[in-house]
Design a protein around this ligand. Structure first.
Ligand code: PEP
Ligand code: MN
Length: 454
């Protein structure tokens, strides 16, 4: 690729940059990271890309979800299992609803860096840098903890590695075995109606599995386990650069469309560019245009249709189908104003991206007492409109991108349990944006599955 290298982004203007005082510390951290092994392999990345091609063509659905900001503390058995089980349950419901394979991508094992609208904030009368994510600075509200610390970049790698290790080990040990979906545990908080619907799907799946076993076709991988890919916002380019490696693809696979080698970002299978860092001439777009991974781009109301097409041309000049996932996040009251124009422009350009709806980031609001929340009805409404707008345009809504957690938090308002603004204080534990809890997320999966069944 002309004039591109893993460090060519450093010649471009950058947004959301982190200024470190400890230059030697940065060099030491990056030097260490450079020597560490990739976290994921080219084969896994290529497999995801092939699956996303199917999503772009309307043959599969992609479910992406996880925390807004993952903390190093979330790297523990219970939280990893809870999130994985939730994504698996949701995907089972969506497979049943959409009648298509579901590709699962978690915002996990690296979703540490956060863009912020303001670089500083005032807490208890003291001005200090904003929390930028666990790989940059600490959440504790004092200026010392908020100072960017380069050794956190190395910690980010090891926390990603430990999370990924447990994720892989759990999956290969049968966490996702479809023979026992009821063991996934619905949690004590689930409402009777959701439990009943879920049990119906589970018995339908069990019947299918019994039949497959009877006729002897249940031995294939796919029944015993499932793939879960990892993803995060590719915000910290210093970090991403050190893990971007020129890697060969296996010879026998090169007969297909795979080039013999490529620069793979090996910190995760899938990286996305946030809505605040997608400037055409900026550092993030420069970095992303050179990596072989499937990539996402967040698009909101400020994106102009011709700018969107120009961006696709820069990051995907060969118009590879499904290479780019457009993650739209307009808000329930704005989607009908912006999505049709974006779809039309992309269709006219000949690009075939995955269209994914993020119904979270355009629907954030504050309660009168200043608590950041999102309403379940807005989230559902944006998803429903996305589906209808794509259908009307002859396009596919390929998937959804959610902020969720396997914990019983109280951060978003609404859902069958009727969480109100007054109840938000009970278990409001997010360090950034409000997430759907386990029950709300599963309920959403049922409702979206229902849209497909209509
Ligand atoms: C996010 O996904 O957490 C995020 C910051 O999104 P966006 O870039 O769309 O604002
Ligand atoms: Mn967020």
């Amino acid at each position: 690729m002309a004039d591109w290298s893993p460090s060519s982004w450093t010649t471009k203007p950058i947004k959301q940059d982190v200024v470190y005082e400890d230059a030697q510390g940065v060099q030491d951290a990056l030097g260490k990271l450079q020597k560490l092994p990739p976290l994921v392999t080219t084969q896994e990345i290529n497999n995801l890309k092939a699956s996303l091609r199917n999503v772009a063509l309307g043959k599969a659905f992609v479910l992406q979800g996880g925390d807004c900001a993952e903390l190093f503390d979330y790297c523990n058995q219970d939280m990893i299992e809870a999130k994985v089980k939730l994504l698996l349950q949701m995907s089972l419901v969506l497979i049943w609803g959409a009648n298509k394979p579901v590709i699962r991508i978690a915002r996990i094992a690296g979703q540490f860096a956060k863009p912020r609208s303001s670089s500083t904030e005032v807490i208890n009368g003291v001005e200090m840098p904003s929390f930028r994510g666990d790989n940059i600075n600490g959440f504790d509200a004092n200026p010392a903890s908020r100072k960017p610390d380069p050794s956190r970049l190395v910690s980010a790698y090891f926390h990603s590695a430990a999370t990924l290790n447990y994720l892989r080990a759990s999956l290969s040990s049968g966490l996702a075995d479809l023979h026992s979906p009821l063991d996934w545990g619905l949690g004590h908080v689930i409402t009777p109606s959701i439990k009943e619907q879920y049990s119906k799907i589970v018995s339908a799946v069990k019947d299918a599995l019994r039949f497959m076993r009877t006729v002897g076709i249940d031995k294939d991988r796919g029944v015993e386990t499932a793939d879960i890919f990892t993803s995060h916002e590719g915000l910290s380019l210093e970090y991403e650069q050190t893990l971007t490696r020129l890697l060969r693809n296996p010879i026998e696979r090169n007969s297909s469309s795979l080039p013999s080698s490529g620069y793979y970002a090996t910190s995760a299978h899938f990286l996305w560019i946030g809505d605040r860092t997608r400037q055409l001439d900026g550092a993030h777009v420069e970095f992303f245009r050179g990596i072989a991974n499937p990539i996402g781009i967040k698009i909101g109301p400020s994106m102009k249709p011709d700018e969107l097409v120009a961006l696709l041309e820069v990051v995907n000049p060969s118009k590879e189908i499904g290479k780019v996932t457009l993650i739209s996040r307009y808000g329930a009251s704005k989607i009908s104003q912006f999505l049709p124009g974006h779809i039309a422009a992309v269709q006219a350009s000949g690009h075939v991206p995955v269209w994914q709806c993020d119904p979270m980031h355009g629907n954030t609001q504050a309660t009168p007492s200043g608590v950041k929340t999102r309403h379940f009805t807005d989230i559902l409404s944006e998803l429903k409109q996305a589906l209808e707008i794509h259908r009307a345009a002859g396009s596919f809504l390929g998937g959804m991108h959610l902020e969720l957690t396997g914990e019983a938090v109280t951060e978003c308002v609404g859902g069958a349990a009727g969480l109100t603004e007054d109840g938000l204080g009970e278990r409001y534990t997010t360090f950034c944006d409000p997430r759907l809890n386990e029950k709300q997320a599963l309920e959403l999966a049922f409702l979206v599955a229902g849209f497909y069944r209509q």
